[in-house]
Design a protein around this ligand. Structure first.
Ligand code: X8Z
Ligand code: ZN
Length: 620
């Protein structure tokens, strides 16, 4: 995730577009522009330095949660904000008429620089804002729950205990117990601070001239229609999700029959992960052809003695096979890739840019399994982006839009997970048959359970928060509204009664740590567009050739695909994202046709299978 960079990146000014009342001559403008550029260059350098200090204190806190480190983190963050505010004030007072600048790039830099972010808050409020955010992250990362039928063991943490039980246990009572423990112990504690936090966050948004935090977040898409665009994208993908939902419901009913009623909803504790964010955790129950090859190579990784380090090295090898940039020395020295035993850490995987062009790190409590192997690629995708745009001005060191950043590693992972690639790197036995229809359907199901099944979840988290931020949902409906959206879009329901004592969205890392989530919705769409384009570039996909379907493409070792990707990444946010998208895919929009095309054989299979099962897609 990229919160850290977004958080520390230059956050200058709010959008007071002061238009000079005096007409300016060409020469004064040009003169002014030269001065403005010099000013920006100097601020860039200073901000990068301050950003490093704040990032380092934040890293130390995230990798060793204790009171001393928290205080240092809060101090460093405040320090950075003060600096950013002064820098922004200077910029606004010195260059009042920047909106008249002729040079489009300079104007873009100024426009971006006029958003100061939370640093716009008065100091007292900012201190409270930072404290609440830091505390909620701590609560989320350090909450412990009690084991099933063993009240003497109340030391289970989210990572790895809760996640492991929710994925591996098939005991409905145990799943219900752990689900309830986690939701009550984590979510309830976050409810009050979150309410206070929302007020401050909205205040900051308004100081930046946005109506509320939702509008502030969405500014990064530089579009007035982005919400409608997301709605429309979701509509085009909902039929595929509903087929998967129906199939999963039928299969899960075999296992947990008495948990299902006629409403068609799936109880949220049966989906293989505590957040009910996707369905890949129950792949083994849903595999279409169990007698054929399973594409979950976890056992093989363990048998071959994979370690977290080896997973990172293998991932890097995929990146460099495309001619992309290897991880720098500092990365290998400073990253944290295994959960330490002697201290509390924020386990949620993150990739860090320390703003100095040298120091880039990943923090991940890596376990040896395929899911984490894919997450390693996801995180390395962030680092690759950081490396590609490291020479851009500080203000441009961001994804073209937030979804781009989340899509890079996932795009590569679509190749990595193909049976043909797994065979090539020895994770599937050479004797395994992979070219048959049944294996392809097994493979597509595995990918769909992660990607397609997570779409409604990714769609509603921010739909929910936008409503909280804009006040259309007040504190009397904070939890019930969440479940309303869960039911409506995801077709899931809580396994036990919920009330307004609870705050179930607060159990999600991105809510507790205030990271927007539509980035992942966008990324799921974008990565298939990237995949389609890079696969064509690599000569591995041809829409006219049925022997080269999109899902079977691997771009491994394609320098042509690598250089196309690198060129797009190196632009950072220096151009509006549709331009970057165009250069990478030929399209100027986020478009669901690639994902639909990729899953077409599975969608056809599901329609037939659900009809055979008498399972009608949809719910009450
Ligand atoms: O948060 C993440 C990454 C860090 S950017 C591990 N992801 C989302 C999640 O875990 O909820 C990746 C997929 C969705
Ligand atoms: Zn990410």
């Amino acid at each position: 995730m990229r919160k850290l960079l977004l958080y520390f990146i230059i956050t200058l000014g709010y959008s007071v577009h002061i238009i000079s009342t005096l007409p300016q001559t060409q020469s004064t403008l040009e003169n002014e522009e030269v001065k403005a550029l010099a000013f920006l260059e100097e601020e860039d350098r200073l901000l990068a330095e301050k950003c490093f200090q704040a990032a380092e204190a934040n890293w130390n806190y995230n990798t060793n949660i204790n009171d001393v480190n928290q205080e240092k983190q809060l101090n460093a963050s405040l320090e950075y904000s003060k600096f950013a505010k002064i820098s922004w004030q200077n910029l606004n007072s010195k260059f009042k008429s920047w909106s008249n600048f002729k040079d489009p790039d300079l104007k873009r830099r100024f426009k971006k620089s006029t958003v100061l972010g939370s640093s716009a808050l008065p100091e007292e409020d900012l201190v409270q804002y930072n404290q609440l955010e830091s505390d909620m992250t701590k609560t989320h990362s350090t909450t412990k729950v009690c084991a099933f039928l063993d009240s003497t063991n109340c030391n289970l943490s989210l990572d790895p205990d809760v996640k492991k039980i929710m994925k591996e246990s098939r005991d409905e009572h145990e799943l219900r117990h752990i689900w309830t423990e986690w939701h009550n112990k984590c979510g309830n504690r976050i409810r009050n601070p979150y309410q206070q936090f929302v007020k401050l966050s909205n205040q900051a948004a308004r100081l930046n001239n946005f109506s509320d935090t939702g509008a502030y977040w969405l500014r990064e898409y530089e579009s007035d229609t982005i919400k409608e665009d997301f709605d429309q994208l979701y509509e085009t993908l909902a039929p595929l999700y509903k087929q998967i939902h129906a199939y999963a419901r039928a299969k899960l009913r075999y296992v947990y029959g008495d948990q299902f009623s006629s409403d068609g909803l799936i109880p949220a504790h049966l989906l293989g992960n505590v957040f009910a964010s996707s369905l890949d955790g129950v792949y083994s129950l849903l595999i279409p052809y169990p007698q054929r090859a399973s594409v979950d190579v976890t056992n093989e990784m363990k048998a071959q003695g994979y370690t977290p380090l080896k997973m990172f090295q293998k991932s890097e090898e995929f990146f460099t096979s495309l001619g992309l940039i290897p991880m720098p020395q500092e990365f290998w020295k400073e990253s944290l890739i295994v959960k330490p035993k002697d201290r509390e850490v924020v386990c949620h995987a993150t990739a860090w840019d320390f703003c100095n062009g040298k120091d880039f790190r990943i923090k991940q409590c890596t376990e040896v399994n395929m899911r984490d192997f894919i997450t390693v690629h996801h995180e390395m995708g962030h680092i690759q982006y950081y490396l590609q745009y490291k020479d851009q001005p500080h203000i441009y060191r961001e994804g073209a839009n937030p979804g781009f950043h989340e899509a890079v590693g996932d795009t590569l992972a679509l190749s990595v997970q193909t049976p043909k690639h797994l065979k090539e790197v020895g994770l599937l036995d050479q004797a395994t048959q992979i070219d048959d229809y049944e294996t392809s359907i097994n493979f597509l199901m595995a990918i769909a359970l992660k990607k397609v099944a997570s779409l409604p979840f990714a769609y509603i988290i921010d739909k929910y928060r936008w409503a909280i931020f804009d006040g259309s949902v007040d504190s009397s409906r904070m939890n019930s509204h969440w479940w309303k959206l869960r039911k409506e879009y995801q077709g899931v329901k809580p396994p036990v009664e919920r009330s307004e004592e609870n705050f179930d969205p607060g159990t999600i890392y991105h809510v507790a740590s205030h990271v927007d989530y539509s980035r992942y919705f966008a990324a799921t769409i974008i990565q298939f567009q990237f995949h389609r384009s890079l696969c064509k570039e690599a000569g591995q996909y041809d829409p006219q050739d049925p022997s080269k379907p999109l899902y079977n493409c691997s771009i491994y070792r394609s320098k042509a695909a690598g250089s196309k990707l690198a060129a797009g990444l190196a632009m950072g946010a220096s151009r509006p994202w549709p331009d970057v998208m165009k250069s990478m895919t030929g399209q100027e929009i986020m478009d669901g046709s690639a994902i639909r095309e990729y899953f077409k054989p599975l969608e056809e299979w599901l329609a037939i299978k659900n009809a055979q099962l008498g399972e009608v897609p949809g719910w009450d």
